[in-house]
Design a protein around this ligand. Sequence first.
Ligand code: BGC
Length: 353
Amino acid sequence: MQEPLISTADFGPLPDGQTAQLFTLRNGRGLEARITNYGGTLTHLLAPDKDGQPGDVVLGFDAVGGYLSETYRQAGPYFGALIGRYGNRIKQGRFRLDGHDYTLATNNGPNHLHGGLRGFDKVLWQAEVLVEPTPALRLTYISPDGEEGYPGTLTVSVVYALTPDNALRISYAATTDRATVLNLTNHAYFNLSAGAQPDVLGHELQLHAERYTVVDDTLIPTGELRLVQGTPFDFTRSHAIGARIGQVPGGYDHNWVLAGGEHFRLVATAHEPGSGRTLEVRTDQPGVQFYSGNFLDGSLTGKNGRPYGRHAGFCLETQHFPDSPNQPAFPSTVLRPGELFSSATEYRFGVQR
Ligand code: BGC
C-alpha cells in the first residue's frame, strides 16, 4: 500500500502541558520531510542517494525533548528551526525606526541573535495541513506587539511544501499593524552524506556571490561589501568546504551578497561526492548566511545516537543581511502596515554520479 502523502503524530510534551505535533510530508518521489509545529522546525529530511537509497540529510532530534533540553538551549544551534523576527544579529540589540529607538534582548554577547530569548524557534505554531497542489504544511504565528522588544503585531505564515521535482519549498508571508523590521529564514543544517561523514568538509559548494559582508569580532557587519575574489570566501566556482576553511578564523559564518537582486534564482549548489547527493538552493532573498557549524562541539547527540561534532552540518540561511536595521545602505528589512512581506526559498535534491 502506498504511504499517505501527509501524516501526523505526537512529538512529545511541552513544558506548558501542550503536546507538540510532528507532520510527515511525502511527495511520492522519494522526498520526505518531517516538521514539528514547535518552532516550525524541520526535524528530518529524507532524500535519495545515487543508488536511490533514502537518507536523512538534516541534523535534529527524534522527539521534542531534544529541542527543549538545557544543553541544547545553551548551545543554541537552532537546528532546522524557523527564525524570527530577525534572522542573525542586530548590533547591541538596538535600532531606530521612524524616530523611535527600540531595544531588544542581547542574547549573543553584546548583540541580539535570531529573534531574542524566545524567538520563533521556541513558540508553538498553529498548523494546517494542505494537500493540493502538493503536500504542504501551513504554520501560522501571531507575534504580539512588543514581543522581544519589536514593534507591531506581526502575523506570520510559513508554508513548507514538497514539489514534484524533489524540492522543499518554504514560502514566508507576514503583515504588521505598526512599522517594524523582520528577516525570516530557516536554520536547517545539511549533511548530504546522511551521517556517513561526521563532518561536511568534503562537501563541494558553489555560491553565486561576488561579495560578502565583512564583520567585526562580534560578527556584526562593518558595512563593507568585499569582493570574494582571491579569498577563501570565493565559492563562485565549486570548492570543498574544507579546502580553505583553515584560513578563516573560526570557520565560515558570513553573509554572502547574492547576485541577481531579489529575483527568485539559483544561488547555491552543494554536492557530496560519496552519496552523490546534490542540493540546489533558490531564493528571492538578497543574501545567504553560509555557516559551517563551527560552534558544534559534540555535546549534542541527535537522531540515531549521532553526536554532532564541529562542522557536522552546514547552513545556507537565505535572508537579508545581518544588522540591516542599522545599515541604511543594505536592502531594507522594514515592513509597514498595509504591506505584505512575501518570500520563497527552495532546497532541491538530486544526484550527480
Ligand atoms: C549564526 C552563527 C550562530 C548560528 C547558530 C548562524 O546563523 O551566523 O553565528 O552560531 O547561527 O546560532
